[in-house]
Design a protein around this ligand. Structure first.
Ligand code: 3H9
Length: 708
């Protein structure tokens, strides 16, 4: 059996190599093996020093995240205990980082006396994105080594730093260079330290240098973190832990860190963020696809439509170094699209995010064209034209004719049937939906719409494509609105209905943003533009099975020319970017409610939140039961990455699991009764939710193919 840590001795230096693929997560087995080999090296008189390294492309991704939920992360030897033992070693211990070191992996390196690192390595503390903080000495050792400012930045942002930056800050002692094999070179570095009589430099003996901190820095940093991480629990605890390093002796600082770590770990937020970590990775596992399915080559991308969506998608590919041909039907539209892209890049330069050379390199990958012929050799063509079936069918008929055999033909439709578009071609196996979210360059989500005849390798290529352009791809089936927009619809319906029943748009929006949504329903409608919603509804009236009250206010605002931000008025008024509450909308709601016989009444915040969320969760359950989504985690990934659902709640389905499915079912039944005729029509618990509630199970346990 493969050992999770291997042991060897070179030139009187013991080399302990972590060997636990894929990422050397430090679960109990690895911890035990590390402790055993450490003690062997310490007991062997012929060993003068110890090098800790790993095989694989990473040094270590840190603690085994799966052990947190299972409660085994404290099983002996614990990480803090093990790192104490390493730091207290009477023999010199050098961390030789052959690749990235994250979380507990970096804490392990910090417990060593010196750090020798490959230049490509990234080093970071991503714990905050898991709802926790570095809990094995990281918050106490890092500031002692590199100062409070760098430590606070790294620990509260979760962003890794390059090996070069780490060398500059003193986190790394030496970068590997030259031709010599890495481990031999690390052993050479260790021998040199021995020869020079280098001290056993442990962080615990250092204290945080507070003399260089600007006056009031810690307070100011805390305030900034509170502002930028509104709603999140862990970031302020990260600050408190580093503050403890600044004010307390090492041992007491460690104790404080442990307390704060456990406080964070036991929050619903930590469970939610860790759920999302695994859900994002599980998305790439498609049960119906053989693991042997190989992706198609993807070297050149064609995009049809140089509007906002097409341009944003083009930038996402070009940012990833993939050449793009961007097509529009007329010169003016193409030039406009290319100029918008150039302006966006120019803004990135102004903000210091890109250099002029980087922008030039990216623009060189982008070629505008007016001729479909020039898409003939593309490996993937993404159509990003109007949301209109006839237009799309025409484009696909042309693409079928022009594109080389095996090219993937994708549509960026947000609602239309991928199967119907595919049926209009003689190669439905090559057709897929790639539903990017706006703004396409920024939003991480791509819904990969698996048509009934899409070939397996086309799906695999789409998943790989998403990873290449640093997005998260979620495979969904064909239905109106796919998964994300389909769940959005009942959520919006309730928000609109609540306004007719007596809640103001700003109140509904405030309740939703207090919950953590990036935007309220009505601010979102104003941003997208009322006209867009109306166009979509008019194009597919058959698909709208909604209550007649649903779109009344929107439609009326549309007829009044109030399209939202673009026209300066929608559900709100606008002065520049500032939103102003508009009493006319409430008057309009009163008038429309009266015309429909809807009784207006005071509505509390709890009802607003529950109604909006419960119907969304209920629809999500239907989406899973129908097999449109593979599992509930996929819906959480969709909502947190494309629809502004708060990451610290883990997505709507995780939220439902956290508060209990029986509570959701009872809530839906309650509104069914309370809302009388309307309730009877729109509040029926999904059979899947009812079954899970009866069995005391969670949505997270349900998988495609099981009977609801
Ligand atoms: C911590 O350290 C706490 C301590 O401070 C205190 C403790 C007391 N654990 O992402 P990939 C799995 S908290 C368990 O696709 P990449 C992952 O699920 C930890 N599993 O690879 C996937 O499994 P599968 C702080 C982990 O090359 C597989 O490995 N550390 C862990 O694209 C491949 O992952 C972090 O937050 C883990 N720690 O990216 C780092 N890490 O194949 C978390 C990965 O079944 N990890 N897996 O789907 C990462 O950010 C990325 O994995 C990394 C590599 C950048 C390292």
């Amino acid at each position: 059996m493969r050992e999770s840590v291997s042991y060897g001795v070179r030139n009187s230096v013991a080399v302990l190599t972590l060997n636990s693929p894929p990422v050397n997560a430090m679960g109990q087995t690895l911890r035990r093996a590390l402790k055993t080999h450490l003690e062997t090296a310490l007991a062997d008189d012929s060993v003068e020093a110890i090098v800790l390294t790993s095989c694989g492309k990473l040094f270590s991704a840190g603690a085994d995240i799966g052990e947190f939920a299972a409660g085994v992360f404290t099983a002996e030897p614990s990480l803090p205990g093990l790192f104490d033992q390493i730091e207290a070693s009477p023999k010199l211990v050098v961390a030789a980082l052959n690749g990235g070191a994250f979380g507990g992996g970096l804490e392990l390196a910090l417990a060593c006396h010196y750090r020798y690192v490959v230049p490509e390595a990234q080093l970071g503390f991503p714990e905050v994105s898991l709802g926790i903080l570095p809990g094995a000495g990281g918050t106490q050792r890092l500031p002692r080594l590199v100062g409070a400012q760098t430590a606070l930045e790294m620990i509260t942002s979760g962003r890794p730093v390059s090996a070069y930056a780490a060398r500059k800050s003193g986190l790394v002692d030496e970068l590997h260079s030259g031709e010599e094999e890495f481990v031999s070179s690390a052993v050479g570095f260790t021998r040199l330290l021995l020869k020079e009589g280098a001290p056993l430099r442990s962080c615990r003996r250092l204290s945080v240098d507070l003399t260089k901190l600007p006056d009031g820095y810690l307070r100011q940093f805390r305030d900034e973190v509170a502002l930028r991480s509104k709603g999140f629990y862990a970031p302020l605890r990260c600050v408190q832990a580093v503050e403890a390093a600044c004010t307390l002796p090492f041992r007491e600082g460690l104790k404080r860190e442990a307390e704060l770590f456990l406080e964070c770990l036991h929050t619903p937020q930590a469970r939610a963020q860790q759920h999302l970590f695994f859900a994002e990775r599980e998305c790439a596992t498609i049960p119906d696809l053989s693991k042997k399915t190989r992706p198609r080559v993807l070297k050149l991308v064609g995009i049809v439509g140089a509007g906002t969506m097409g341009g944003g998608i083009a930038m996402a590919f070009v940012d990833a170094g993939i050449p793009v041909r961007l097509l529009d039907k007329d010169k003016e539209s193409l030039e406009r699209g290319m100029n918008v892209i150039r302006d966006n890049y120019h803004n990135s330069v102004l903000r210091g995010r890109l250099t002029c050379e980087q922008v030039e390199a990216r623009m060189a990958l982008l070629q505008g064209t007016l001729f479909f012929d020039e898409l003939g050799d593309a490996d993937l063509v993404i159509e990003a034209a109007y949301e209109n079936m006839a237009v799309k069918k025409e484009i696909f008929a042309t693409l079928e004719w022009i594109c080389k055999p095996g090219a993937i033909l994708a549509t960026n439709t947000s609602t239309l049937s991928v199967d119907e578009i595919a049926a209009a071609t003689a190669r439905p196996q090559d057709v897929i939906g790639l539903h990017f979210f706006s703004p396409a360059r920024i939003m991480r989500l791509v819904e990969i719409v698996h048509g009934s005849r899409t070939a397996p390798e086309v799906v695999v290529t789409a998943l790989e494509m998403a990873k290449k352009i640093k997005k998260v791809g979620v495979v969904v089936g064909v239905c109106f609105g796919f998964a994300g927009n389909r769940m959005l619809e009942p959520y919006m319906r309730e928000a609109n209905r609540l306004v007719l029943e007596g809640a103001s748009p700003e109140r509904v929006d405030r309740v939703l943003t207090d919950f953590g949504m990036a935007m309220g329903v009505f601010s979102m409608a104003d941003m997208a533009g009322n006209d867009v919603g109306v166009q979509i509804r008019q194009s597919r009236p058959d698909q709208y099975r909604h209550d007649p009250s649903f779109f009344l206010i929107s439609d009326r605002l549309y007829r009044m020319g109030r399209f939202g931000q673009k026209s300066g008025r929608g559900f709100y008024g606008y002065q520049g970017r500032n939103r102003i509450v508009d009493p006319e909308v409430n008057a309009l709601a009163e008038e429309l409610a009266a015309s429909l016989g809807i009784r207006r009444r005071p509505i509390d915040d709890v009802e607003i939140l529950e109604r909006c969320l419960y119907v969304m969760i209920n629809e999500g359950a239907e989406v899973i039961a129908e097999g449109v989504a593979i599992r509930s985690g996929d819906l959480d990934v969709i909502w947190c990455n494309g629809m502004g659902f708060p990451v610290f709640r883990g997505g709507p389905m995780q939220y439902a699991d956290e508060i209990g499915i029986d509570g959701i079912v009872a809530g839906i039944r309650g509104y069914r009764q309370r809302l009388e005729e309307y309730g009877a029509k729109w509040f029926t618990p999904s059979p899947l939710l009812e079954r899970l509630a009866q069995e005391g199970k969670k949505l997270g346990q349900f998988r495609k193919g099981q009977q609801p």
